[in-house]
Design a protein around this ligand. Structure first.
Ligand SMILES: NC(=O)c1ccc[n+]([C@@H]2O[C@H](COP(=O)([O-])OP(=O)(O)OC[C@H]3O[C@@H](n4cnc5c(N)ncnc54)[C@H](OP(=O)(O)O)[C@@H]3O)[C@@H](O)[C@H]2O)c1
Length: 258
């Protein structure tokens, strides 16, 4: 089958959380460019509106819904709005996330809960709701959870983040098993360092240069480096894939670091 055909998303309705910046904004644009109607979700409504305009100007279809991913009532409203505007969501990209830094012994309960509630609890809420609605509509679909290489290996100072992302990977497997026979596929992407607002300052300067030297491909990732893995998981090209985590990290995880 021709590549354009196998990756075509015409007729699909996608919802992307954390679409107001970085990877989420890029995911939304890529999905729209390949034919999906896209629902943009995040807290910063002005940024969502700007992205909606950009997608529509490029010939795509988009709608914006302001929501905090921890708020289950707002989540219901987002799925309702998506259904009303475009139809049942058949692609969910669970991307919203926050970072933190600080040693575990000094981490406050509040900070631990903030990271876990956005990076793990909300992934469960949105995947569960998307799956329930796909099942009710008798439709298959694809759920992609954005994990991290820190869900597979760890570093100092990121205990809550790494624990949440490991949970995302395990939850992806658990949900995939329960939904496989219903035609709903659940997979994850585990990016390495991709320069976005979440880490731009952290990756600057001498520290960034040292970190870059440890990446076998020799550079940090760019948002567009995830286009292919995302399209694979949400399209027919990945129709026999479920429960998988695709690592996209320039070789970082396989390199031995002592
Ligand atoms: N960049 C990397 O190197 C990297 C590596 C591995 C994994 N990741 C993961 O990739 C995902 C996207 O990160 P990014 O790099 O694109 O960072 P980013 O530019 O900071 O984007 C984070 C997004 O999450 C949204 N968000 C945060 N808290 C939210 C909440 N409570 N409710 C709704 N939306 C919320 C933000 O929107 P609002 O603030 O407008 O709500 C924003 O759109 C995250 O899950 C992150 O952990 C990133």
């Amino acid at each position: 089958m021709a590549a354009a055909q196998i990756f075509d998303l015409s007729g699909k309705v996608a919802l992307v959380t954390g679409a107001s910046s970085g990877l989420g904004a890029r995911f939304a644009e890529v999905l729209a460019e390949n034919g999906a109607a896209v629902v943009l979700v995040a807290r910063r409504a002005d940024r969502l509106a700007a992205l909606q305009t950009r997608i529509e100007k490029a010939g795509g279809r988009a709608a914006a819904v302001e929501a905090d991913v921890r708020d289950r009532a707002a989540m219901q409203r987002a799925f309702d709005a998506a259904e009303k505007t475009f139809g049942t969501v058949t692609i969910l990209v669970n991307n919203a996330g926050v970072a933190h830094s600080g040693r575990a012994v000094e981490l406050s309960e509040e900070e631990w809960r903030r990271v876990m509630s956005i990076n793990l609890d909300a992934v469960f809420y949105w995947a569960q709701e998307a799956a329930r609605r796909m099942l009710a509509a008798g439709k298959g679909g694809a759920i992609v959870n954005i994990a991290s290489v820190l869900g597979l290996n760890v570093d100092k100072g990121v205990a809550a983040y790494a624990t949440a992302k490991a949970g995302v990977i395990q939850f992806t497997k658990a949900l995939s098993l329960e939904l496989a026979f219903k035609g709903i596929r659940v997979n994850a992407i585990a990016p390495g360092w991709i320069v976005t607002d979440i880490n731009r300052d952290y990756l600057a300067g001498e520290r960034g240069a040292a970190m870059k030297r440890q990446i076998p491909i020799g550079r940090f990732g760019e948002e567009s480096d995830l286009d292919g893995p995302l399209l694979l998981l949400v399209s027919d090209a990945g129709r026999y894939m479920t429960g998988a985590t695709i690592v996209v990290d320039g070789g970082q995880l396989v390199a031995l670091r002592v």
